[in-house]
Design a binder for this molecule. Structure first.
Ligand code: FES
Length: 161
């Protein structure tokens, strides 16, 4: 099976670190009974001295995480094994684009993570986007490709809020 994958291009995050962050997030969720939101993830990242992308990777490990949606359009990033092909870079690009849009009061989108999107081959990393017009699979997701997808989905007909 492994030889069906393209050569790995990126280091994956240290798994112990990801589990520790996942535990910190789970504790926070248990305390408050809250859903996973950008503000909660920012708060836990700050408390743990972690990067925002790290806490998003940790959140993706929990299959029972209840993500709270706030926008018509959402991008779901596989941050499981897809990390080995640049998923965290793609995630970072989405996080930065969302930050810039929200600071400017522009239409935005949700970002969710998961440990696998059940696509995996032939062109990881995979991102799936959802919007009123349906679902799209983004194979070989790079920051640039995803920014084009954000423009198409959020600034097109789907993202009007
Ligand atoms: S590991 Fe990324 S889609 Fe399956």
């Amino acid at each position: 099976m492994d030889d069906l994958f393209p050569p790995r291009t990126h280091e994956q995050m240290d798994l112990d670190r990801v589990w520790d962050l996942g535990d910190a997030l789970a504790d926070r969720l248990d305390e408050g009974g809250e859903a996973v939101t950008p503000s909660l993830l920012s708060e836990v990242a700050r408390a743990q001295g972690a990067g925002l992308e790290e806490i998003y990777v940790a959140a993706g490990l929990d299959p029972d995480a209840q993500w709270k949606r706030a926008h018509e359009v959402a991008f779901v990033v596989c941050t499981g094994s897809c990390q080995a092909w640049g998923a965290v870079d793609a995630l970072r690009a989405l996080l930065e684009e969302r930050r810039v849009r929200e600071a400017a009061g522009r239409p935005s989108f949700d970002i969710l993570t998961t440990a696998c999107l059940d696509v995996c081959l032939p062109q990881p990393p995979y991102v799936v986007s959802h919007g009123p017009l349906g679902k799209a699979v983004h194979p070989g997701a790079t920051g640039d490709l995803l920014l084009e997808a954000v423009i198409a989905r959020v600034d097109g007909d789907e993202g009007s809020e």
